[in-house]
Design a protein. Structure first.
Length: 114
């Protein structure tokens, strides 16, 4: 399940970033939003899972807030250039934070089975 979430985040995150860069040329906002929601939802699942098994608790809490902030900034209208930059950075950070939590969960699972 951890690997599935990791790959989902990687693929959806890359797709959302690429589509986000193309938004000025092609009207694909709905697909960009769907992929972004997949990334945020997967980050929230990993964060809650990490909290449940007590792995990287501060990072898990940050992941929940990060997911909420990413959605909030993404849904704001008239963000302006600075808002767009913040949104891109939040998206990239969400991918990185999810990778970190997935790695910590995988290591915890490996230590329990060893």
């Amino acid at each position: 399940m951890i690997k599935l979430l990791q790959w989902l985040i990687r693929i959806a995150g890359l797709g959302a970033l690429v589509l986000g860069l193309m938004l000025s040329r092609i009207p694909i906002l709905n697909l960009h939003m769907i992929l972004g929601c997949i990334v945020v939802l997967a980050l929230a699942i990993l964060a809650l899972w990490a909290l449940a098994v007590r792995v990287r608790i501060p990072a898990a809490i940050a992941g929940l807030f990060w997911a909420a902030a990413t959605i909030y900034v993404g849904m704001m209208k008239n963000r302006g250039t600075m808002g767009e930059i913040v949104h891109v950075l939040l998206g990239i950070g969400a991918i990185g934070l999810a990778e970190m939590l997935a790695g910590a969960l995988a290591r915890k699972r490996a230590s329990l089975t060893a």
